[in-house]
Design a protein around this ligand. Structure first.
Ligand code: NAD
Length: 497
């Protein structure tokens, strides 16, 4: 059985805690590896290694740090297929989807290649007689990056390139469900010239995370995962005096107005609802059909869903893979049961799907509910599976009110050909990322990503310019070189002039 290790000081390191967890092939249900978890002692050891490496790295020239990022970019580009294979094997998503995830992570590396531009400071001369002021941004120190299972390459790359390029040392604590990609990334950064210890990988569960939160030598935490954990990491991390950004779960709505191109809307809803088996934080999980759009949309959704090919990533024709674990599959099936029980109209039922050769895999087929009400569990909960709910509203304003009343606010979209309605939506909607005829509006690497409300705790979005702000703090230096005019004791508060 393959054992998945930590990575410290440029080498693999075995876990010493005796605690471990299974890693599955979700398509077959087989255990394919065991990942060793860190305990408090081993977490402390990794933090000490990162702290020791930090000083040398923050004093490494900006140009050298950028060269490393350029090399990472090239290696990652060459490794796309290999890395996609590693992701598929443990996550279950199709190879094409996994390649897409690597590509989106690559964008964040490319942004960090230009970090010198983003770290430019500012200066004002002669603010008082003989006095200049300079403002620079400096790294924070050791940053802990805690990431979810659903994007084992992209989400770490939302954090690591900017954090490193800004001069920090990083400890990555990946999901224990698909941890192999983290070791591949650590090795790749090292091959690109990153000094040992500047990027360490700590495998583990809540024990390692709790220690990172409490450890006095960890300056900041970037977290992406579910809302309850995000909230608690934000609260606990802040209590321990750390800078924290914690991105949480989602319930993303897509409004379809009666004037929309309904074929385009149906394509978009099916792609964004069932891609990656709905295990995306930007997946569409609710279609809000306004007026008579629903009656015309449902047959189009049914037609497209019936044609979807569900299967393992190893079969090239598969368009949708399994869920991450048997527990998660059972939870999603439980949500479908509850939707049916609470009176939603089950149009397509993905329960009990059989995938030949993968009878023990964690599959749920694409599921569609119509006539979903806001008080039903399937509407209130983040299902994180291939379940799309259609809610009907009479008016456009009711659709906006419904979305604004939802506690999650990650992404949303509108499908319409009416520019005025799109503009109204864009201005009135209380959500962090908005698409107009774009179902998954994930910003490119030179913008930043972040939801509102229960989808993000903290004041910084992730990657792009906001990432640079998060991973640095300002220092303002006021300078006067001694001259004969400015001598003598003066107990008054320093004045300009
Ligand atoms: P999760 O919250 O269960 O786990 C995320 C990370 O936190 C993992 O590394 C895990 O080991 C750790 N963790 C889990 N429980 C913990 C605890 N009690 N204390 C400390 N650490 C803990 O999330 P997941 O199931 O891996 O990922 C799916 C969730 O992530 C979904 O809710 C999804 O919406 C969300 N997500 C959000 C975004 C975003 O950008 N907002 C992106 C991707 C995923």
């Amino acid at each position: 059985m393959k054992t998945i290790t930590h990575w410290m000081d440029g080498k693999v390191v075995q876990s010493r805690s005796g605690q471990s967890g299974p890693v599955h092939d979700p398509a077959t249900g087989e255990v394919i590896a065991e990942v060793g978890f860190a305990d408090v002692d081993q977490t402390d050891q990794v933090v000490a290694s990162s702290l020791a490496a930090y000083t040398g790295w923050r004093n490494t020239s900006l140009t050298r740090r950028m060269q490393v990022m350029f090399s990472v970019r090239n290696l990652l580009h060459e490794s796309k297929d290999e890395l996609a294979g590693i992701v598929s094997a443990e996550h279950g998503k199709t190879l094409d989807d996994a390649r897409g995830e690597v590509q989106r992570g690559l964008e964040s590396v490319e942004f960090a290649c230009g970090i010198a531009h983003h770290l430019k400071g500012s200066q004002s001369q002669e603010v008082s007689s003989g006095v200049d002021i300079m403002s620079v941004r400096e790294p924070l120190g050791v940053v802990g990056c805690i990431t979810p299972f659903n994007f084992p390459v992209m989400v770490p790359l939302w954090m690591i390139p900017n954090a490193l390029a800004c001069g920090n040392a990083v400890i990555l604590k990946p999901s224990e469900k698909d941890p192999s990609a983290s070791l591949y990334l650590a090795d790749l950064f090292q091959r690109a010239g990153l000094p040992e210890g500047v990027l360490n990988v700590l495998q583990g569960d809540r024990v390692a995370v709790k220690r990172l939160i409490e450890h006095p030598d960890v300056a900041a935490l970037s977290f992406v995962g579910s809302t309850p954990v995000a909230r608690s990491i934000y609260e606990e991390g802040s209590r321990h005096g750390k800078r924290v950004q914690a991105l949480g779960g989602a319930k993303n709505h897509m409004i379809v107005l009666p004037d929309a191109d309904l074929d385009l809307a149906a394509d978009a809803a099916v792609s964004a609802g069932y891609g990656s088996a709905g295990e995306r934080c930007m997946a569409i999980s609710v279609v809000v059909a306004v007026g008579d759009a629903g009656d015309r949309l449902i047959p189009k959704l049914k037609e497209r869903i019936s044609a979807l090919k569900v299967g393992p990533a190893s079969a090239p024709e598969s368009e949708m893979g399994p869920l991450i674990s048997s527990q998660h599959r059972d939870r999603v099936v439980g949500c479908i049961d509850s939707g049916e029980k609470q009176g939603a109209e089950l149009v397509m039922d993905g329960r009990g799907i059989q995938v030949p050769g993968c009878e023990k895999g964690f599959f749920v087929g694409p599921t569609l509910f119509d006539q979903v009400q806001a008080d039903m569990e399937i509407y209130r909960e983040e299902i994180f599976g291939p379940v799309l709910s259609v809610v009907r509203t009479e008016q456009f304003s009711d659709a906006i009110d419904l979305i604004n009343a939802n506690p999650y606010a990650n992404g949303t979209a509108i499908f319409t050909n009416d520019g005025g309605a799109a503009r109204q939506f864009q201005r009135e909607i209380q959500v962090g990322m908005v698409g107009v005829n774009v179902p998954i509006p994930v910003p490119l690497g030179f913008y930043s990503f972040g939801g509102w409300k229960n989808s993000l705790f903290g004041s910084h979005s992730i990657y792009g310019p906001e990432g640079v702000q998060f991973y640095t703090r300002p220092k303002v230096v006021t300078t006067r070189w001694p001259d004969p005019e400015h001598r003598g004791v003066d107990l008054g508060f320093p004045k300009s002039g």
